[in-house]
Structure formats: C-alpha cells, structure tokens
Ligand binder design. Sequence first.
Ligand SMILES: C[S@@+](CC[C@H](N)C(=O)[O-])C[C@H]1O[C@@H](n2cnc3c(N)ncnc32)[C@H](O)[C@@H]1O
Length: 215
Amino acid sequence: MGQMLNKQSKKLALTEMNYQEGTMLNTRSAFLNFFWAGIAKHGQTGGIVPSQKILITKMIDPIPRTYNGSIIELGAGNGALTLRLAKKCPNANIFAYEINPTLAFDSRRNLIKAGLDKRVEVIADSAKNLISDMERRRLTGVDYIISGIPLGNLGRKQALDLLDTISYALKHEGLYIQFQHSLFDRQKIREKFSRMRTVPVLLNFPPAFVYYAQK
Ligand SMILES: C[S@@+](CC[C@H](N)C(=O)[O-])C[C@H]1O[C@@H](n2cnc3c(N)ncnc32)[C@H](O)[C@@H]1O
C-alpha cells in the first residue's frame, strides 16, 4: 500500500513538473487547487491534474497562429490551455468560462502574471449560460469552441443540452474541439455534429481523446 502511494505521488510530482513546463509558470498553488477540486468535486472537475503539454498541443493545433477573431473556451480550469492558446494566437480574443470560482481566480492570476489578461476574459460562470452571455457581449457565432468539460459526468439530457448550446454558438463552418478521458460520449457528439474526428492522446496523464467536430 505504502509503495503504491509512493508511486502515485511520484507520478503526480512528474505531472506537476510537466504542467509547469507547459504553462511556463511556477504555479504550485494553482496546481494544488486543481488537485483539490478534482478530489472534492470530482464529477464537475473530471480529473485531478490539469491537461499536459501534449494534450494542449493537440487541442489548439487546428487554430492558426494568425487567427484574429474570438475563441470560446469552456471549462478552463486553472488556465493551462488558456495560457498556451493566448500565447499561440496573439491577435485572438479569448472568452474562458469556468464554473469553479477558485479555478477561475487562479486562471486570471496566471494570465495577469503572463501579461495575457488584456485579450483573455475569464468568466466565472457555467457554460450553460453561454448564449445569454454572448448576446450580452453582442458576440454572434464564433469559429472555435474548445472544451474540457467532463461531458461523461453530466446526465444524458444535460450533456445533449450543452452540445446544443455549443452548436448554436458556433458559426456554420466553426470547429468544436473537446477532450475527454473516455469514449463514452462520442455517440452524443455524433448525434449533434455531422462531421467528427477522434484523436487519442495516450501519453497525457490520464490518457485522453480529442474530438474535432463540425455541424
Ligand atoms: C477536465 S477539467 C479541464 C481544465 C482545463 N481546461 C485543462 O485542460 O486543464 C474540466 C473543467 O471544467 C469545469 N467545468 C465543469 N462543468 C462546467 C460548466 N458547466 N461550465 C464551466 N466549467 C465547467 C471544471 O470546473 C473543470 O475546471
């Protein structure tokens, strides 16, 4: 038992190093807040560690560096992906929704530290309010929606409602990029999007699948 715990904590330490390398920030408290959210609110958080570099790279890969429109991120966590995306696309505006106020606060703090807060707005709210929030901002359809929300932990109806919201918020040719740690929800995405590609990212901890979907 002791040996097993030791192995797990070594794995976590390695993942933390990987996370810090990915975000290029020394954000130990943000990492621990995420870990705690993963334990205390596992269903909502969907994992105990933020995404690592290899998964983030796959998630943001289709978005061109020169993209200068608006990108929506759902389930931003403590900003691991948000930061990389903002660095990659210096001309884009990013709206990052995060339901957990502690993680949203960490995201904001990380963005301020990195000097990226002018183009990225972190919204501490649920993705289910996306449409009304976009209307308030006079933001019509967007080209990219990136999501880490654990669809598999939502009930079927809630997951399908969220997929409807995402589809409504996307432009006709827009791209929805979602990662999950299982393939359980692939069928739900297929029900709502006519084109979909799945890419496994087995070297992430835990291993993940990235879906690229279009209406
Ligand atoms: C698997 S984590 C991904 C975090 C981050 N994107 C990453 O890649 O490290 C999922 C995140 O979605 C957030 N979340 C869950 N349901 C949400 C909702 N309805 N609206 C906004 N965020 C949500 C959780 O709090 C959590 O931070």
